[in-house]
Ligand binder design. Structure first.
Ligand code: PEP
Length: 264
């Protein structure tokens, strides 16, 4: 199956950039360059494109890209609507600033802030309450992979981190092997296929039709050189991209696979 045929039979893929704790106002030009390049495309890109900058840049980035080709997301939210939570930001505040989605349960938050599946689920519910999509991250550590626990760990995270109100419109899953994030390492295509097939099965068992349509992204060292191969894997509906989303040229190189539409 070509990537074109695959894309035609699936919901619109999403390529989302996670800038993490990178980017001052001077970096906004990169987002604008992506937006302008996409708007100038003669043959349209068959994917939705999103950038998730640090919270400090959400409002101004959303104003810059407007109703253009790039949507703006956030990287985390608090579960509560408002209250005595110094330093936290609610989903409602992110939506008010112009974010249409929020990443929850990124492995860096699970590790550095001890976020549990239960908390991640509450954050996803908060995103939905605020009218945003939740991009729910799951993925195994290198130790879990070496112990052959990948499918078990990811299945447990899927069960625990997704709220019951998840639909194909309000929820996106991102499979990100922790050991592949920022390392330049990626799983074998066959391993990505196995994990995504298991995720799809679990989503269908729990959410029925919505589970078929729910997008499941792959994330972890995606770059222009490996994007076509990874995006062509069955049940991969786009990418969550860290380092390679910071520069417009790198990010556009990944997005490009949805225009060239060929399977390697
Ligand atoms: C990420 O942190 O979500 C990620 C995928 O990072 P990178 O692309 O840099 O591996």
């Amino acid at each position: 199956m070509t990537l074109t045929e695959k894309v035609e039979s699936r919901p619109r893929p999403l390529v989302a950039g996670n800038w993490k704790m990178n980017g001052l106002k001077s970096a906004l030009g990169e987002a604008l360059a992506v937006d302008k390049a996409l708007a100038a495309e003669v043959s349209p890109i068959g994917a939705e494109v999103m950038i998730c900058p640090p919270a400090t840049l959400i409002m101004v980035m959303a104003e810059l890209v407007g109703e253009g080709s790039v949507t703006v997301g956030a990287q985390d939210c608090h579960c509560a609507v408002s209250g005595a939570n110094t330093g936290d930001i609610s989903a409602e505040m992110l939506a008010d600033a112009g974010a249409s989605a929020v990443i929850v349960g990124h492995s860096e938050r699970r590790a550095d802030h001890r976020e549990t599946d239960r908390l991640v689920r509450e954050k996803a519910r908060a995103a939905h309450r605020a009218g945003m999509q939740a991009i729910v991250c799951v993925g195994e550590t290198i130790g879990q992979r070496q112990a052959d626990l990948t499918l078990e760990v990811v299945a447990r995270q899927i069960a625990g981190s997704l709220p019951d109100d998840a639909t194909a419109d309000n929820t996106i899953v991102a499979y990100e092997p922790v050991w592949a994030i920022g390392t330049g390492l990626t799983p074998l295509v066959a391993d990505v296929a196995d994990v995504h097939a298991m995720i799809r099965q679990r989503l269908c068992e729990r959410f029925g039709e919505a589970g078929i349509a729910m997008r499941v992204l792959y994330g972890g060292s995606v770059k222009a050189a490996n994007a076509a191969e990874l995006m062509a894997v069955e049940n991969v509906d786009g990418a969550l991209v860290g380092g390679a989303s910071l520069k417009a040229a790198d990010f556009l190189g990944i997005i490009e696979v949805y225009r060239t539409q060929t399977v390697p």
